[in-house]
Design a protein around this ligand. Structure first.
Ligand code: PRX
Length: 659
């Protein structure tokens, strides 16, 4: 357990809903804890009525007659209903008379002197999405075909996702920070023939060469027939005849209307790849009806969104992760509150980028990650202090446990001591929030994600599935299905069952260790598998190990997490070298290896510490002693540069009994 987490054990500060929030937010969706408890009880006792009522408020072509068909581990929600997610996000708002309302506020990376801003109404969105959908169709995309999206944070990214949803083509968005090999894995697994990308995207004044990575990947992807390219940076790229087309040439000439495909509630909406314990990322499957209902309802409830009250919501995530899918796009648009998306980085052109955006757009809801908050703290209080943050009503965090110190700073310096903080715990697999405070309702405690969301039967159990007493650490499980849950791992049913449903039969095992305190509040203690959470991004240690051993100098590698001031968890790599390379175990090789991993996976996987070792410490049965490595990584000075090979075998012998 890290220091940050153990310190939470003694946290006793409780924050009741603030008067400022209560008098400015508008009607509360869940007015008090009595209401929370009643609704939670109903959602447990009678989920069919609970979710059926919520789901009926959406637009269905054929209304569902059955809410849930549960055959563990397979859930089917609203299965005989038909709908379209894009219609619920976009067309519905236009039809209801809100076509001129702002759907998306986009801010490009500030290219001096003024940032580039685009405001997109629902009507604009309907037109652009329809044209894009028609363009995809012109490339042969049909219902059921997976379209890969590898783009920067430009409006065309959201537009492409919605266009896919409109025509029933599931999308697979790949985070723009991943390298070519990540594209290869994901495109082949999804059997995708069309990629939508940009010439590049802006980050800290530099061009991220997206199209170049796609070209590199396509050398190993003979089945990719079409690449659609948005011009964003004007970076020089090569367009391959017959395969590559410019967005501004193809999309703009399409018809403005495109009917929404009538989709079954259980038809695939998208795949999103995420890291697991083994090397290969898993394609998490989310389907149409349940995901739509769950994300829109959690967004509305957790952020207390009220249309027509000048709410402006800004989530700083990249759409390449689930947070962006659920809480920039799909959960937001049905709620008719403008969603802000931005291109660039939080510290460019200066460390006050977000605070200037909040002031400029009068942001009321701000949602970010603890790793970002720790960076803001380090950059200094003067940056937020220079800006008018009085528009803010609500703050949120997501991605990893937040240390109370960061929580307090967020509360004081950004929330001006008057905005509730919703610490939302969830996962790619859960589709939306599973444990979270409700603002204006739940008293919050720094570091705790508090109580389960409606319909989420969360518990802390031991390996036999028995509930544990307060404050005993155990496995976080969910014992009932919920609409936003994943419907499987693409093409790998055995892995789906093995990963989530076999550790405690009949229960969804999230992969996190957690405890519940005396008042029933949840405290997440961190991953229990070989997944590390680096800056709120999930990485499999094995993915980094595979990247390292693909370097000719490396024979074996073991990767573990280590405490990191900003990232939460940093990456520590222990490496044994090929005999021919042992003589060059120095800082320059270390740098080469770090660069190699960056090339193979992306900058988020770059190790923070690389240690050369004569042998990896192993148990007699040959298992790498990861706990020992974690202790070593946690206890040593990051900056030290050992030029000789280290030998952990003596330590390993001493420790063998408790590994
Ligand atoms: O360990 C938990 C942590 O992030 C993991 C899920 O990662 P991912 O699928 O990439 O989704 C991140 C964004 C939803 C979880 O298993 N995690 C996420 N939110 C929190 C958290 N840990 C503690 N508190 C949170 N609020």
């Amino acid at each position: 357990m890290s220091d940050a987490i153990s310190s939470m054990l003694h946290e006793s500060r409780v924050f009741e809903p603030s008067a400022h929030f209560l008098s400015n937010i508008g009607p509360l969706n869940v007015p008090d804890m009595g209401a929370y408890e009643r609704m939670y009880r109903q959602s447990m006792d009678d989920p069919i009525t609970f979710w059926g009522t919520i789901a009926r408020a959406f637009r269905w072509y054929r209304p569902f007659t059955e809410v849930l068909d549960w055959n563990c581990p397979d859930a089917r929600w609203f299965a005989d209903g038909t709908t379209n997610v894009c219609a619920n996000c976009v067309d519905r708002q236009v039809d209801d008379g809100f076509g001129d309302d702002t759907a998306i506020i986009w801010e490009g990376e500030p290219c001096a002197p003024e940032p580039e801003i685009r405001r997109i109404t629902y009507r604009d969105l309907q037109r652009e999405v329809s044209r894009t959908a028609n363009a995809l169709k012109s490339m042969g995309v049909r219902r059921g075909d997976v379209v890969t999206i590898y783009m920067g944070m430009v409006p065309e990214l959201t537009i492409t996702m919605l266009a896919c949803a409109r025509i029933g083509a599931p999308h697979s968005v790949i985070f723009g920070g991943f390298a070519a090999s990540a594209i290869v894995d994901r495109v082949s697994d999804a059997k995708s023939k069309v990629i939508v990308t940009c010439d590049g995207s802006w980050r800290r004044g530099q061009v991220v060469p997206l199209k170049q990575s796609v070209d590199e990947a396509c050398e190993r992807l003979p089945d990719v027939a079409h690449v659609l390219v948005v011009r964003r940076t004007n970076a020089p790229i090569t367009m391959r005849e017959g395969r590559d087309q410019w967005w501004h040439e193809v999309v703009t000439r399409q018809a403005d209307d495109c009917p929404c495909e009538e989709m079954g509630a259980e038809d695939l909406l998208f795949l999103l790849y995420t890291s697991g314990s083994t090397g290969k990322p898993k394609g998490i499957r989310h389907t149409t009806g349940g995901y739509m209902v769950f994300t829109a309802f959690t967004a509305k409830t957790t952020f207390n969104l009220v249309p027509g009250r000048n709410h402006v919501y800004f989530c700083t995530a990249d759409i390449g992760w689930i947070t962006g899918h659920s809480y920039i796009v799909y959960g937001m648009l049905p709620n008719r509150v403008p969603t802000v998306m931005y291109e660039g980085a939080p510290n460019f052109p200066a460390e006050d980028r977000f605070w200037s955006m909040i002031a400029r757009h009068r942001v009321t809801h701000f949602y970010t990650a603890p790793t970002a908050i720790r960076a803001f703290m380090k950059w200094g209080d003067e940056h937020p202090a220079r800006h008018d943050l009085t528009s803010l009503l609500l703050l949120g965090t997501v991605g990893e446990p937040i240390n109370p110190e960061a929580w307090m700073w967020y509360h004081d310096k950004i929330g001006l001591k008057r905005c509730p903080i919703v610490d939302t715990m969830w996962q790619t697999e859960t589709g939306g929030h599973i444990i979270t405070p409700l603002p204006g309702c739940t008293p919050t405690v720094p570091g705790s994600c508090t109580l389960p969301f409606f319909g989420i039967d969360a518990a802390i159990v031991n390996e036999r599935g028995e509930p544990l007493a307060p404050n005993q650490g155990g496995l976080l499980v969910i014992r009932k299905p919920w609409p936003g849950m994943l419907r499987g791992i693409h093409g790998d049913r055995a892995r789906y069952i093995e990963t989530y449903w076999s550790k405690v039969p009949g229960m969804y095992v999230a992969g996190d260790g957690a405890r519940r305190d005396e008042r029933g509040y949840f405290w997440i203690m961190g991953r229990i598998d070989d997944v590390i959470n680096v800056s709120g991004h999930r990485l499999g240690t094995m993915e980094v190990e595979s990247a390292l051993v693909s370097h000719p100098a490396v024979v074996e590698a073991a990767v573990v997490g280590m405490p990191h001031e900003i990232k939460g968890t940093g990456i520590a790599a222990f490496v044994t070298l090929a005999p021919s390379s042992t003589g060059s175990a120095d800082a320059s090789l270390r740098k080469q290896l770090a660069e190699h991993v960056t090339r193979e996976i992306g900058a988020i996987a770059r190790p923070d510490m690389i240690r050369f070792t004569a042998q990896l410490p192993k148990t007699r049965s040959g298992k790498i002693m990861r706990r020992l490595l974690r202790d070593i990584a946690a206890g040593k000075d990051l900056t030290q540069d050992t030029t000789t090979l280290e030998d952990f075998t003596v330590l390993a012998k001493l420790r063998e009994s408790d590994e």
